[in-house]
Design a binder for this molecule. Structure first.
Ligand code: SF4
Length: 291
């Protein structure tokens, strides 16, 4: 397994952000950029979320991460072909600067990446997501991670404001008018929380009518985390149910989790941390079960 590389950037005001290079032996090297210092979304499975939000990054601070990655790593790992906005922060919480940065990344006088290879990820800020789809031709990923409002309200509190139905209906309507455009749903598999056969069947129903691909991601445990990863054979079973239900589904088993450079593991929470939310009664046993 190839390891990821982490770059630590010290900003003008002394704050530190992390950028990750994810090499791929098929020549598809990806740079994962941060869009904020910390994050306000408080997703319960995410290490960055524990930090809370310190500030948004400027468009220049976002673009520079990709510029540096190209300069420093092209020789080491080969050309960087893809950019994902999946580092620290909720990109669409900083929508103005993120749209501008994405624009520079694809502009022929900028970094000239293909728009299909620049992906902005969101936890589901519906108005900003609409704006992004109207103003940018870059790709969109949505972190779904649950198939009921009850679970999503708990593990992704943004769902209390923008419910699953609204999020998915908005995507259905917006993607209707875009040609050859598919949203990527990210689904982090959490043992006993969102990985049941019922979840897989519900997920097939939820994404009906939305041009999409689904990416199943093995959870990377981090210190203080109350969640556990779904065993590999169960992830494969989940994947097979989705595939049989007609979904295009990929499976990303964990990479880089031994060096705190994997998805949801960036940053360093200080002494003041975002609160852990109450665990719904029916999931308390799943979280406390022996690994
Ligand atoms: S998963 Fe993304 S949106 Fe959620 S807290 Fe972490 S960085 Fe923020």
């Amino acid at each position: 397994m190839e390891l990821n590389y982490v770059i630590l950037f010290s900003l003008e005001d002394g704050l530190v952000i992390e950028t990750v290079i994810i090499p791929c032996d098929r020549g598809r090297n990806t740079v994962c950029v941060s869009s904020q210092v910390g994050c306000a979304m408080n997703c319960q499975f995410c290490y960055t979320g524990r930090m809370g939000l310190t500030r948004h990054l400027t468009a220049a601070e976002i673009v520079e991460q990709a510029v540096f990655a190209r300069r420093l790593f092209s020789e080491e790992v080969g050309p960087i072909s893809n950019v994902v906005f999946m580092g620290m922060g909720e990109p669409l919480h900083n929508v103005e600067n993120v749209i501008q940065a994405a624009h520079i990344m694809v502009h022929e006088q900028g970094l000239h990446f293909s728009p299909r290879k620049v992906t902005v990820s969101t936890s589901g800020l519906v108005p900003q997501l609409k704006r992004f789809l109207h103003e940018s031709n870059c790709a969109l990923a949505v972190s779904l991670n649950a198939t009921t409002d009850e679970v999503r309200n708990w593990i992704m509190p943004i769902n209390r404001k923008y419910k699953l139905d609204l999020l998915l209906q908005t995507l259905r309507e917006e993607l209707h008018r875009k040609k050859n455009y598919k949203v990527l749903f990210e689904y982090v598999m959490l043992a006993g929380v969102n990985d049941s056969i019922e979840d897989a069947k519900r997920l097939i129903d939820l994404v009906q009518g939305i041009p999409c691909k689904i990416n199943l991601i093995s959870f990377n445990p981090h210190s203080g985390s109350q969640f556990r990863p779904t065993p590999e054979e169960k992830i494969i079973e989940f994947r097979n149910i989705l595939a049989e239900g007609g979904c295009t589904v990929f499976l990303r088993l964990s990479r880089g989790d031994d060096q705190m450079a994997a998805c949801g593991q960036l940053g360093k929470p200080g002494p003041l941390q975002a609160p852990l939310l109450r665990v719904p009664q029916e999931f308390q046993m799943a979280l406390n079960a022996p690994a």
